[in-house]
Ligand binder design. Sequence first.
Ligand SMILES: [Zn+2]
Length: 377
Amino acid sequence: MTTPVLLYYDMRMLGHNPHGWDPANPAWTEAVKAMITLQYPGSDLQTYSHPERPDRLTAIVDRLMLEPIEGVRWMLPSAATTAQIERVHDKNYVAKIESLAGESCWLAKDTTAISPGSVEAASLAAGAGISAVEAISGGAARRAFCVLRPPGHHAHSDHASGFCLYNNIAVTAAHARESLGYQRVMIWDWDMHHGNGTQEIFYSDPSVLVVDSHCAAPFYPGSGLLHDTGAGAGVGSQLNVPLPPGSGNAALLKVFDEVVKPAAKAFQPDILLVSSGFDCHYLDMICAMDETGFAILTQRMSDLADELCDGRLVVLLEGGYNAKALADSAHAVVNVLAGIRVNSFNVMPDDPGCAAVADAVQFLKRKGSGKEPPLEN
Ligand SMILES: [Zn+2]
């Protein structure tokens, strides 16, 4: 039996398409060239397209169109308003981004660049999750997937970073909290990179629990240490699980079973959100998941949402730079959101991430024996 899935996409998000080097910052080009060479071998570096490029989305959309999934309803997102974005971003920063509409420039040395259509795309990306949680709150469906770019989880409250302008999942969580009356929001960020912006925004906020599994420092952005568990009233609401290169499906499933699930049961969220990068796919950078892994993670999250919060689950796209990995993984995730059960998934012998997850669990349980419990014993 299928379940309705709301699928948010707007082709204006393809208008974010930075081109050209920044003549004022020649050193910044080296990082981009390295990533293009890694992700798109054979690219002409003189006529390059930025790594976070429009065909990331068209690859996903084309696959979902060519192999349609019963229950999917295509939806257009509303752009986030300035006030909605300002719930998590500094007013001056939002004004600066809005002033750049129609412009081309580079914003950060870690390769964040914009083109004339980028500000509109970013507002739609920030609004996609809001549209999804509004629709779910109104009873239209229980599951949603947001095909969006630019991604968001590296965007800090007051600056752009790592291809991200607005922190889409933070804007979504804040809307769920402040406009829809959800008391507790839980985020799992399974993108290969640490969601440093999301961590910064909610670090002192006990109403948003963030689990972040990622490739450990010094891999970009170099944050997400095990002992960073929140501050002030938010101590215990950031659970980082740093993983070694080569981590695969078994490691991520262990993150779910031993961190996400027990933390969720203790926290009792009103809605589950996922920062879903697909760059842990073996076709992408240096980890070893595949689409069967993303499918089983989605199934576990769906079952957890059914158990804890009336099924409310919104998955937002973050990174992922290999077109086939993006298309295969997004299709697998939406399939499961639509209610198709998966019975098997691929497991590598000796997944190097499993030991790291076990270490993280031990650490978080030890922390839990103190005043504030990150994980229940
Ligand atoms: Zn990533």
